[in-house]
Write a protein that binds this ligand. Structure first.
Ligand SMILES: NC(=O)c1ccc[n+]([C@@H]2O[C@H](COP(=O)([O-])OP(=O)(O)OC[C@H]3O[C@@H](n4cnc5c(N)ncnc54)[C@H](OP(=O)(O)O)[C@@H]3O)[C@@H](O)[C@H]2O)c1
Length: 358
């Protein structure tokens, strides 16, 4: 085993470029390669992409070049993930850690789960999907708090996000449907993948509780813009979707409801730019609510002195740093295969020589 884990950063968008900076600072990690899609980034020094000093590691579009690097793992952060590509990396003997699916694919995506398990065995490596939500709020943190409870009637995870400064066009317009007409959103093929992405953490919670989900529900409400709204990915036009309210619900054999709720929008809490208002619990942030014999509201928020840009950036940093911090545990986990939070020890931060006073 190497003294430091050798890491390839795969894709350098909002999440990937922050993860890149996290790898460069992490005392147990060594950056050895960077895969980019953009021709403009091809040939750049990793430091120029991450906003740090030069590193001598040059970004490339050439996958063969990256596979020849003798790396330990890949932080796989592309806009569109491909199961075959993930399997190719695993079979080549590279651990994969990603903010993309698959968090707990055994029931929602059994074919992908089988392919990944087989590729892990072949390459003698592990895959772990992490992130903020899914990958944290949706399953890791609620499962932790279920340890404080006995009878559990309902677990609700709510994410509220004023996304106006999120600069990923793909996530904002394609995945979140912001700026689409209701008809376009209804026809968006991402709809099924989105439901599976929220049902995977629901299944993981049920499994963690020693149960199983017997029925699933999906609800999608939206509110249209009453005027053009400026965002980091351009104008969201009047009459297109400016607020999405998603609820994916799983009900276990015992009747426990597991609810994944997102309110993604492009306005402030006053909602003067929307055709109607809904009760948005908070501008941005998360609530994990457990109901049963113990009733808990766990609110995760940013300090009020942070401006909106900083809140969005730090929210996305949690995804990036969660995957970075998971690397040593994933590389060390025994029995090659797909590793969920139910398989891994607790993922923590790692300061090393990074002084809090500097
Ligand atoms: N689990 C979570 O909590 C969580 C949170 C946020 C995001 N995510 C996921 O993480 C991934 C990255 O998000 P992001 O915010 O960083 O998105 P982003 O800013 O749009 O970056 C995605 C990057 O993917 C690369 N790319 C471009 N075209 C591509 C294509 N056709 N196929 C594959 N990749 C392409 C580009 O890399 P280069 O710039 O290097 O060329 C681009 O910058 C997304 O899949 C998103 O859904 C998960």
């Amino acid at each position: 085993m190497s003294a430091k884990y050798k890491v390839i950063q795969w894709a350098t968008g909002v999440v990937g470029s922050t993860a890149l900076g996290g790898v460069l600072r992490h005392p147990k990690l060594e950056l050895v390669g960077v895969k980019v899609y953009s021709p403009k980034k091809n040939g750049l020094d990793a430091g120029d992409i991450a906003g740090t000093d030069k590193t001598g590691i040059i970004a490339t579009q050439d996958v063969d070049e990256l596979l020849a690097l003798d790396a330990d793992c890949v932080l796989y952060c592309p806009l569109r993930w491909k199961t075959e590509e993930i399997c190719q990396l695993l079979e080549a003997g590279l651990h994969v850690i990603t903010p993309c699916p698959y968090w707990f694919p055994y029931l929602q995506n059994p074919e992908a789960a089988q392919a990944i398990e087989a590729a892990c065995k072949k390459g003698n490596v592990n895959l772990h999907a992490s992130g903020c939500n899914p990958g944290g709020i949706a399953e890791r943190f609620p499962l932790t708090f279920t340890g404080w409870c006995n009878r559990i009637d309902r677990i609700t995870m709510t994410e509220c996000g004023d996304c106006r400064t999120y600069s990923s066009e793909g996530v904002m317009r394609h995945l979140m449907n912001l700026g689409k007409t209701p008809e376009q959103a209804e026809r968006n093929p991402i709809k099924e993948a989105l439901a599976k992405s929220w049902n995977e953490p629901i299944d993981m919670i049920a499994e963690g509780l020693g149960s199983r989900v017997v029925s699933y529900e999906a609800h999608h409400d939206y509110i249209l813009a009453n005027q053009p709204i400026e965002t980091a990915v351009g104008i969201i036009e009047e009459g297109t979707i400016a607020l999405n309210h998603y609820r994916h619900i799983g009900i276990t054999a015992e009747g426990t409801e597991i609810v994944q709720e997102q309110i993604w929008y492009v306005d402030d809490r006053e909602q003067t730019r929307l055709q109607r208002k809904m009760d948005i619990p908070r501008q941005s942030g998360w609530r994990i609510k457990l109901e049963g014999d113990v009733n808990l509201n766990i609110d995760i928020d940013f300090p009020s002195e942070l401006n909106q840009d900083e809140r969005v950036a730090q929210g996305l940093s949690t995804t990036a740093f969660h995957i970075v911090n998971a690397i040593p545990l994933v590389c060390e986990a025994p029995n090659p295969g797909l590793k969920t939070y139910l398989d891994l020890p607790m993922v923590t931060g790692c300061m090393g020589t990074h002084s809090a006073r500097s």
